[in-house]
Write a protein of this length. Structure first.
Length: 284
């Protein structure tokens, strides 16, 4: 039976990296189904993603990690090998707005996202029926504005209990504490609209309409301690005109938010995003 693995790596650029990786794969009875690489001349770093296919039963992830480790050490690699047959566990978090959560649940239901979604966590109870229709557990964890720490403690407990590999903030309108951001670095995905920092606060689309903006966009990124400043995974825009009223701009904004969030999550699930500093290399 065919098995698939994904090897992603980053290291200082030098001669022989591709040859060494290719020889390693072939010597262990595997073949390369897909390969992407990038050499960044500005930093002197090399990035690579390889999909490995094999029919050998003896070809497993643990053996690959053990046997590839000496090579990785010799090239000073940052690397990971994943089994494509083992889906990542994704915990979704939301507040009251449903568009991003509904879109992700639909794509999950249709098999577009290769993952498991063990639960949805929300600080409101509004979206329970939609989530439970999909057969997914819904955890309502209220927030006390005067003391938010119990909320974040419970959220972290649920994330650990469900063994989450990835957390997606699908319009979850709370700022995660730095401790959670540190533990799940480059594993928490969020979106924000393109109006920041120009139109911060309430009703950004109404502010943008008053200024006559011509583009609406959204950014999908990893969460860091600095709000909306983490490594960018994906971005997109849609053009608007003077004819578009605020409510139409809100609709268009929701559309682009859904698109970049689902696309960014899919690339993350497929190990297509390599983080280097505060930038990403995305092999899409």
């Amino acid at each position: 039976m065919e098995r698939r693995f994904r090897l992603v790596l980053a290291c200082p650029d030098r001669l022989g990296i591709v040859a060494m990786v290719s020889n390693f794969i072939s010597s262990h009875g595997g073949s390369i189904a897909d390969a992407n690489q990038h050499s960044d001349s500005s930093t002197g770093w090399f990035f690579m993603r390889v999909e490995i296919v094999t029919a050998s039963r003896s070809f497993d992830r643990e053996q690959l990690i053990e046997q590839f480790t000496p090579i990785a050490q010799s090239f000073k690699m940052q690397w990971e090998i994943s089994d494509a047959a083992v889906p990542k566990k994704v915990v979704l978090m939301a507040s009251r707005e449903s568009h991003c959560l509904a879109d992700l649940l639909y794509r999950y239901h249709e098999g577009e996202l290769d993952c498991e979604i063990p639960c949805v966590i929300s600080n409101h109870d509004d979206l329970r029926s939609m989530v439970e229709w999909h057969g997914i557990a819904y955890h309502h964890v209220p927030v006390d504005p005067k003391d938010k720490q119990p909320h974040f403690d419970k959220v972290h407990q649920l994330i650990v209990e469900h063994q989450a590999d990835t957390i997606v903030l699908a319009r979850y309108m709370q700022i995660l504490p730095s401790t959670v951001c540190d533990i799940y670095r480059h594993k928490i995905i969020n979106i924000h609209h393109s109006f920041l920092p120009s139109f911060a606060g309430a009703k950004p689309y109404h502010q943008a309409h008053e200024r006559g903006v011509k583009l609406i966009g959204a950014t999908c990124h990893y969460v860091t301690e600095e709000l909306d400043a983490g490594p960018i995974i994906d971005q997109d825009v849609v053009r608007v005109t003077h004819r578009d009223q605020p409510q139409e701009m809100v609709r268009l904004g929701k559309d682009v938010e859904k698109t970049v969030l689902s696309r960014g999550l899919r690339w993350h699930l497929e190990d297509r995003v390599l983080v280097h500093g505060n930038k990403t290399v995305v092999f899409n």
